[in-house]
Design a protein around this ligand. Structure first.
Ligand code: PHE
Length: 469
């Protein structure tokens, strides 16, 4: 069904500019209409950079004991993340299909269930991702309209669950659905193009400002000086691995779909390195903002109470301390987070929507509204219960994404006919030994490693889910 699928319905607003005669019209991402390298890179970075960097990374770092987690996160990004990203790219670009069809074409019918797992992961992640994005939306609006809340901790408690959270969750989902439904036109791309650099500049500015605060030293040492014993700690290793997958949008087919729109010109390893490095940079600098501020403003107690609220409690404290300019900075900052979250959320809903279109041959509009509405309903749970939100996040990032990545590694490492050939295109000769190393990492290192991680995270995730009932 997927290989000879009908082109997009007539109301689809855009056609890939680079569509050549051999281009199989994929039913997925309307966003990836660009034939340029910059377009692809920006789309992939747009998916990768989101709440994972700004919200989840500081929060998980705080939970994971600080610097050891950061070090493991870097390691996992480059040792496991980039290899898996290349695996997704190699399937996406060689099949030029969206996840379910692409996996079927690459591996045979037996691999269809992996496609379904991707859909479930996208579904699960977006359900709570949208709740947090709703918080960010609210913070942005209220900073613009009313200024920075005087008591951020109490403010967060008031808006993070229940009716206020539901309202903004539904609002955010409506925006995501609308964009995916009509296709991502120039608007969101331009917004991302403008807002992402603003986010970057603001985060760097805030990091510099945070460095000038007295009492910030303890924050830096928590964040930056690891103790060796913590590094060999399976829970920390697992958490860092999950964070790397989540932050890079790996293990659920998003990157696969992006690369299905890629021309054969690009060097995939180069793109993967650029994407991973940018994503890491944003996360790392976010930590350079959050931890010094926690230390300097004495916010530790508020953060301990609600680690999931770290970003939303710490930053308003900082904006408040800045005086008059704080409101402007706060408005821009949360607006930028909103845009970053939106570009990621779109990629999540697209994976689900594209697969529904693929499998059931329904029009895009129906698929986007149907899938989006179901996700919005499931999101009511995390919107009313912070523990549910944290459990869903744990299970998605530490169980679903690694399982998806594990099978992806096996598929590309052991089953694809010529994975190196696909990835080697346009890679200079002298780097080719690296590609041989890559395939063996994928065949042996990644699977063994992920099995060990899952051995720990599956019972852990199950425990978190059971605790909810
Ligand atoms: N990478 C996104 C973020 O860091 C989240 C995401 C995960 C998006 C998986 C798509 C797929 O916010």
């Amino acid at each position: 069904m997927s290989d000879d699928r009908q082109p997009e319905s007539a109301d689809a607003p855009v056609t890939p500019a680079h569509a050549g005669p051999d281009h199989e019209e994929p039913s997925a991402f309307k966003r990836e209409v660009w034939g340029t390298r910059a377009g692809f890179i920006l789309a992939a970075i747009g998916s990768a950079v989101g709440l994972g960097n700004m919200w989840r990374f500081p929060y998980r770092t705080a939970e994971g004991g600080g610097a050891a987690f950061v070090l493991l996160f870097i390691l996992m990004m480059f040792l496991v993340g980039i290899p898996i990203m290349l695996a997704e790219f190699s399937i996406g670009r060689s099949t030029r299909l969206s996840p379910i069809g692409g996996l079927r074409k690459a591996g045979g019918k037996g691999w269809t269930p992996l496609g379904y797992l991707f859909v479930i992961s996208g579904f699960l992640i977006l359900a709570y991702y949208s709740v947090i994005s709703g918080w960010a939306t609210r913070y942005a609006l209220s900073a613009i309209l009313f200024g920075v809340p005087a008591d951020p901790s109490a403010y967060f408690d008031g808006i993070s669950t229940g009716m206020p959270a539901i309202g903004f969750h539904l609002l955010f989902m409506a925006i995501v659905i609308a964009i995916v439904m009509i296709g991502v036109e120039k608007g969101i791309e331009r917004a991302a193009l403008v807002m992402m650099p603003i986010l970057f500049v603001l985060v760097i500015g805030l990091a510099i400002w945070a460095a000038t605060l007295s009492g910030s030293g303890a924050g830096y040492s928590f964040y930056l000086s690891p103790s060796i014993s913590d590094i060999f700690n399976l829970p920390t290793i697992s958490a860092a691995t999950g964070q790397a997958f989540f932050s890079l949008s790996l293990g659920m087919g998003a990157m696969l779909t992006f690369s299905s729109y890629l021309s054969r010109q690009e060097s995939l390893p180069r793109e993967a390195t650029v994407i991973a490095s940018s994503d890491f940079a944003v996360a790392f600098i976010a930590g350079l903002v959050v931890f010094p501020i926690i230390a300097a403003l004495g916010l530790q107690a508020a953060v301990d109470e609600s680690t999931a609220g770290t970003l939303f409690i710490v930053l308003p404290g900082a904006f408040e301390a800045m005086g008059g300019i704080g409101r402007v900075v706060a408005s821009l900052f949360f607006l930028a987070i909103f845009v970053a979250a939106l570009t990621s959320a779109i990629s999540l809903l697209e994976v689900v929507t594209a697969s529904v279109i693929d499998e059931w041959n329904v029009p895009r509009r129906v698929a986007a509204i149907g899938a989006g509405a179901l996700i919005a309903i499931v999101g009511l749970w995390p919107a009313t219960d912070l523990a549910a939100l944290e459990a869903m996040d744990l299970v998605a990032a530490e169980v679903f994404l690694p399982v998806g990545a594990l099978f992806m590694a096996i598929l590309v490492g052991w089953r694809l006919k010529d994975p190196i050939g696909e990835v080697a295109k346009n890679v200079p000769e002298r780097f080719h030994p690296w590609l041989t190393a890559w395939i063996w990492v994928l065949r042996v290192v990644v699977p063994i490693f992920l099995v060990v991680v899952l051995y720990y995270t599956i019972p852990n995730g199950w425990g978190a889910v059971r605790a909810l009932f």
